[in-house]
Design a protein around this ligand. Structure first.
Ligand code: TYD
Length: 253
């Protein structure tokens, strides 16, 4: 018999029915995919790291008043989250050119942008998450003008928070992606940050060396992904770099 009802299985996470109405359990897998799942691998420990890192970032957002889906971590790979109605957009914030933006505009990766740029991709794997202008989002009714104003404001606040936290540990926040969900309180609707915030959905470069500490390590075969994520976790103080040596039991005289 199944342990509990599976609601949805994605590339890196599984959602299960939660213990109370309006909740889900989000399970972080070790699977990594890139280039719209054409490249796949299992990276031992990635799920544990992302569960812990997403908890860290979401808790930080809660502490500065940015609502999000995180309720509490349940164990090494699972967290309890609020059930939301996901808006089908990848909300991307960029501080430096990289990835598709650098390619599209012929810019060198790492070029600072004059100001943070917020852009949107339509969440659709079959289409490869195409970039969409706000005009499409409004016309197709994926979000209203008020929603878009709120989404941009949330995205920029998350950017300020993440960029600051990363700067404090010697990491440049190049860009990142968040997803936004709707929650209903009777007729009243609110937008909150959902999905995950982890090195799977950010670009993080070491401030001094420009070493990549994010999923590009996997996308571009630059080394050991789990090691890069562990470095981020270690700098943020959210994970021990080595198992704690508690030693042998000692007799107390
Ligand atoms: P972008 O450069 O547009 O795409 P790619 O990652 O394919 O080069 O991505 C900008 C940032 O947003 C980057 O940190 C990865 C993240 N992102 C996701 O995590 N998932 C997505 O579906 C998309 C489109 C971007």
């Amino acid at each position: 018999m199944a342990r509990r009802k599976k609601i949805y299985e994605g590339k890196a996470k599984i959602l299960y029915e939660g213990p109370e109405p309006g909740t889900y359990v989000q399970y972080f897998k070790d699977d990594a995919t890139a280039f719209n799942a054409q490249k796949k691998a299992t990276i031992e420990g990635k799920g544990v790291l992302n569960n812990r890192l997403s908890e860290f970032f979401m808790t930080g957002l809660t502490n500065i008043g940015i609502p999000n889906h995180f309720i509490r971590r349940l164990n090494m790979r699972e967290q309890l989250i609020r059930q939301v109605e996901i808006i089908p957009l990848e909300v991307i914030v960029r501080n430096f050119a990289a990835g598709t933006m650098a390619k599209r505009l012929g810019m060198e990766e790492g070029t600072p942008l004059p100001r943070p740029i917020v852009e949107f991709s339509y969440k659709n794997d079959a289409l490869g998450d195409p970039l969409v202008p706000e005009e499409y989002i409004l016309a197709f009714g994926w979000a209203s003008q008020q929603d878009m104003d709120d989404i941009v404001s949330i995205a920029l606040r998350v950017n300020d928070f993440l960029a600051g936290v990363m700067h404090g540990v010697g990491i440049k926040l190049i860009d990142f992606k968040i997803e936004i969900g709707r929650i209903w309180d009777g007729d009243f609707m609110r937008l909150i940050v959902a999905d995950e915030i982890s090195p799977d959905s950010c670009r993080l470069w070491d401030m001094k060396t420009n070493r990549k500490l994010d999923k590009d390590v996997f996308r571009r075969d630059l080394g050991d992904l789990a090691e890069a994520y562990t470095e981020v976790a270690r700098r943020l103080g959210v994970m021990q770099s080595a198992p704690v040596n508690i030693g042998k039991p000692k007799l107390i005289n």
